[in-house]
Design a protein around this ligand. Structure first.
Ligand code: C5P
Length: 235
């Protein structure tokens, strides 16, 4: 059964405060998206790398294609939300594959390494029929607030994990769950990763410990941190 990696790169990256979408900003001289593509490409367990772009994307052909060649399958089917982008991509891939595992990854996590990808893959194949996600035990004390001003209560930290990507599931199962969930606007709002869809569908994805270096580049200061981890991994 093949494993297909789907990299979501159809966002605008508005929180970084730059006109160039963040997936195309350079980290150590290489566009962010190219780092993620290379890591998945160099993972022995991944047979195909797919990139999801916005239909209006004007940057991929100029900045990424010359670096990665045509071995990457490009789908210009990005939607309004990340979940919609993933669903549109799975719609195409579900036609293409009878049976496959899919690993959904954010272009915004460029410091992913083949070792982490393989750890996720091996753990899921060994221990879970459902699928799993890279995640980190939470180190901060997490407060719940209704109004963003007052702390109402403190959650039990021992039970909290911060989800990363990639997230690995059976392609057809994830596609069916995601298309069902997106029908209901209220449910769709709560879907911020693939694991949350599967939980909504009533199954429990496995948590596989990731690494602090696999950070999500969100704000301006995250770029320097990502460059640090990329440089360190290349040593
Ligand atoms: O905006 P955020 O950082 O949460 O996006 C996470 C990932 O999802 C990014 O790699 C972004 O390009 C992608 N995305 C997408 N389609 C959208 C919104 C975000 O593929 N409509």
């Amino acid at each position: 059964v093949p494993t297909v990696a789907v990299i979501c790169a159809a966002g605008s990256g508005s929180r970084t405060g730059s006109p160039l979408p963040k997936q195309y900003r350079e980290l150590n001289g290489v566009p962010m998206l190219a780092h993620a593509i290379k890591a998945l490409f160099n993972s022995a367990c991944v047979q195909q790398v797919v990139v999801v772009l916005s239909p209006q994307d004007a940057w991929y052909d100029v900045l990424i294609a010359p670096l990665v060649g045509d071995a990457v399958q490009v789908l210009r089917v990005g939607g309004e939300t990340r979940a919609q982008s993933v669903c549109n991509a799975l719609d195409v891939l579900d036609e293409q594959y009878d049976e496959a595992w899919v690993m959904v990854h954010d272009a915004a996590r460029p410091c992913i390494t083949p070792a982490l990808v393989e750890a996720l893959h091996d753990a899921v194949l060994l221990h879970s029929a459902v699928g799993g996600v890279l995640a980190m035990p939470v180190v901060d004390t997490i407060k719940l607030s209704d109004d963003g001003v007052l702390a109402k209560k403190t959650l039990d930290r021992k039970k909290l994990w911060a989800a990363q990507t990639p997230q690995m599931f059976k392609l057809d199962v994830l596609y069916n769950a995601l298309s069902d969930a997106l029908v209901d606007e209220h449910v769709a709002e709560g879907i911020t990763d693939e694991a949350s869809v599967m939980e909504w569908a009533g199954v429990s994805p496995m948590l596989i410990e990731g690494h602090v270096s696999n950070l999500k580049v969100t704000f301006a200061h995250d770029f320097e941190l990502a460059e640090f981890w990329l440089e360190r991994a290349s040593r």
